[in-house]
Design a protein around this ligand. Structure first.
Ligand SMILES: *Cc1c(COP(=O)(O)O)cnc(C)c1O
Length: 376
């Protein structure tokens, strides 16, 4: 029996023909966000952090759009990410933040990737293979205690100009630990530590700021800034709310709508019991799409927007499905779009409902969404 109701326009949309969710990435917004960072960076060069598949949004399409906008410096985390980006951007400077794993120097050289050397051992390894013919960044630690030479190690390196030359060092890099809190005293402390180290390497350029660091002011920009989250529409800094233009839209499809009586239970484990006669909409969206099963609870504020109204999740999220309450949304129907992230449901609200931050919400987005890229 064919469904007698008219088919909503959204259901006829071929982009949703397999009933999955559609992830739309606005490349024009990515480019606009990069230009805003470049404006704030003043005379410094503006790069882009595109690690982790450009924060989940697609390394190659995002990297290509940024290159068209004028970006020349790209930061990835891994050698493999660098190799993928090199294939798409033959002329870009591609820097690998996680440094130089043992034995990989020839691969770095073959793909013209620039390691961000993060320990004395990495500096020695790189110098031994590259012999001054290939550039590298060197990272110094100013508060993170993650990667980077200690102040004492940096001091020792500064005393060895032969090694600085053999390693082809071009930039001194450090990373801010809490720049999104603009008044944090640690920002200025890191700036002072970095400036002191920089004075010991007068031939090197310098780079300190991520997105939030770029917002801290022109003196944090040094020679090159490395924004990431701002490009992707995330929350950047308490000093600049709403700075970034939204980039991501995620829309799932309502597979069916049905009534259920008060007292009925919903989903695996029967964790939810309906307090009233309800109308439930079943969505093609589950934990395989990045919806953390533990985070989605009635009290977490998690939900979607259907026909302009908020619909909270009911019961546990399954692998491929979830259920929302549309009792108070007249006309909610099979084939409706359910906005998960978008104009009515900002990324920040989505991330908060998942109990996390924009960064993790983006990099956890499922791999099976149909992806649509709006042109830059
Ligand atoms: C991820 C990263 C960035 C970009 O940080 P955002 O906060 O996303 O702007 C810059 N530098 C380093 C070393 C990073 O790891």
């Amino acid at each position: 029996m064919p469904d007698p109701r008219p088919v909503p326009a959204a259901a006829a949309d071929l982009t949703r023909r397999d009933h999955g969710a559609v992830l739309t990435v606005d490349l024009a917004a990515v480019a606009a966000n990069w230009r805003e960072m470049a404006r704030r960076a003043g005379a410094a060069a503006t790069g882009a952090a595109v690690k982790a598949d450009a924060y989940g949004l697609g390394l190659v399409p995002v990297g290509e759009a940024l290159a068209r906008a004028g970006c020349r410096h790209f930061f990835v985390a891994h050698l493999g990410e660098g190799e993928r980006l090199r294939a798409a951007l033959p002329d870009a400077a591609i820097h690998v933040l996680n440094g130089l794993p043992p034995g990989t120097a020839p691969a770095f050289i073959a793909h013209r990737l620039v390691p961000v050397l993060g320990s004395p051992a990495e500096v020695e390894d790189w110098a031994a293979v590259s012999r001054g013919d290939h550039p590298a960044f060197v990272q110094v630690d100013t508060a993170m205690n993650r990667l980077g030479l200690t102040a004492a190690e940096a001091e020792a390196l500064a005393g060895r100009p032969d090694l600085v030359a053999a390693a082809g060092l071009s930039h001194l890099l450090s990373h801010l630990s809490m720049a999104e809190v603009s008044a944090a005293p640690l920002n200025r402390l890191q700036w002072h530590r970095f400036s002191a180290l920089r004075a010991r390497f007068p031939t090197l350029s310098a780079t300190l700021a991520n997105s939030a660091g770029t917002v801290l002011g022109p003196d944090f920009a040094f020679d090159l800034v490395r924004p990431g989250i701002a490009l992707y529409g995330g929350d950047v800094s308490d000093a600049a709310p709403g700075l970034a233009r939204p980039v991501v839209r995620l829309e799932a499809t309502v597979l069916q709508v049905h009534d259920a009586p008060a007292g009925a239970v919903v989903g695996y484990g029967a964790t939810a019991t309906l307090a009233r006669p309800s109308r439930l909409a079943v969505l093609s969206l589950g934990y395989a799409d990045g919806f953390n099963r533990h985070a989605i609870r009635p009290d977490s504020g998690a939900g979607v927007v259907v026909r302009g109204r908020f619909a909270p999740f009911v019961g546990r999220v399954s692998m491929d499905l979830s259920v929302v309450d549309v009792t108070d949304i007249p006309g909610a129907a099979r084939g409706d779009g359910a906005e998960v992230i978008g104009p009515s449901r900002p990324l920040a609200a989505y991330a908060a409902a998942l109990g996390t931050i924009d960064y993790e919400a983006l990099t956890s987005l499922g791999r099976r969404f149909r992806r649509v890229y709006l042109p830059d």
